[in-house]
Design a protein around this ligand. Structure first.
Ligand code: CP
Ligand code: NVA
Length: 303
């Protein structure tokens, strides 16, 4: 593992290794056991889109590992004035030890990785959000004590989260059902990936997807960059909501996850979000531990 660009880059074994290390780092942090595994290392963090969780968890995470983070707003880098990504990649590689990037196009992240001589971590693109999915798997395992055999449904847009959750959950042996309206299905690459998985389904009815589920997940109807489609999406996604009526179809001990930020009363009701706030904010916390594990695996000396 040289980079983390998308979930399909990881084997099942690599995913479980990351989750195990994340659990260990969480334990060490909780018990104030120092873990300076990336002492003296620098992570550059390029942001072309807004962020609360990703930015703060990476910056705090690298610091807790003994290194330092550099926040690099894409608009203020020469990249923002058109310097090619391959030149940015080769330049940054001379100064720092790893790059996390949040941007629009997956191909930009792939190109950055191709030209950087250092590990690249995808902190979200229009196509993928692997760091979030590792934190989600970590959270599911904490609450359910296993992953294999659990049923997960995702209600709503076939976006970056649905793409990465589908691949990640299938890889660890979970059943996946997506409820998406027509025209909002996941990426063709992901639809190709699922061909080998009979335990994957897409339906149009949220209630059918929720049937007997252990884990229900949703995400905003309009992701970052889709601001001009907000009104049209409000119409298309009406009814694609996690609410108490929908939860009646899931297992009685089902949990609800949301990567946040959430739009209350759109993809999730405020009542459900608050009822599952312990899980959802554990999920947000686990971004820190899961990403520390990813950084150690990619940037550590014994990788
Ligand atoms: N879930 C997530 O990636 O949050 P941010 O957009 O705040 O980083
Ligand atoms: N799908 C959302 C996720 C935010 C963390 C977006 O891309 O805006």
């Amino acid at each position: 593992m040289n980079h983390l660009l998308k979930m399909s880059d990881l084997s099942t074994e690599e995913i479980i290794d990351i989750l195990n290390l994340a659990d260990q780092l969480k334990y060490e942090k909780k018990h104030s056991i120092p873990h300076p595994l990336l002492k003296g290392k620098t992570l550059g963090m390029i942001f072309e889109k807004a962020s609360t969780r990703t930015r703060v968890s990476f910056e705090a995470g690298i610091y807790q590992l003994g290194g330092q983070g550099l926040f690099l707003s894409a608009a203020e880098l020469q990249m923002g004035r058109g310097e090619p990504i391959q030149d940015t990649a080769r330049t940054l590689s001379r100064y720092i030890d790893g790059i996390m990037i949040r941007t629009y196009k997956q191909e930009d992240v792939e190109k950055l990785a191709q030209f950087a001589g250092i590990p690249v971590i995808n902190g979200l693109t229009d196509y993928a959000h692997p760091c979030q999915v590792l934190a989600d798997l970590m959270t599911i395992r904490e609450y359910k004590n296993k992953l294999e055999g659990l049923k997960m449904c995702h209600i709503g847009d076939g976006n970056n989260m649905a793409n990465s959750l589908t691949v990640g959950c299938l890889k660890v042996g979970m059943d996946v059902t997506l409820a998406c309206p027509d025209g909002y299905h996941p990426d063709p690459d992901v639809l190709d990936f699922v061909k080998d998985y009979p335990n994957f389904k897409i339906v149009s009815e949220p209630m059918k997807a929720a049937e007997d589920c252990d884990v229900l997940i949703t995400d905003v109807w309009s992701s970052m960059g889709m601001e001009s489609e907000v009104e049209e999406r409000r119409v298309a996604f009406k009814g694609y909501q996690i609410n108490h009526e929908l939860l009646k179809h899931a297992k009685p001990d089902a949990i609800v996850l949301h990567c946040l930020p959430a739009k209350r009363e759109e993809e999730i009701t405020s009542a459900v979000l608050e009822e599952f706030s312990n899980v959802i904010f554990d999920e947000a916390e686990n971004r820190l531990h899961a990403q520390k594990a990813v950084m150690v695996k990619l940037m550590g000396s014994d990788k």
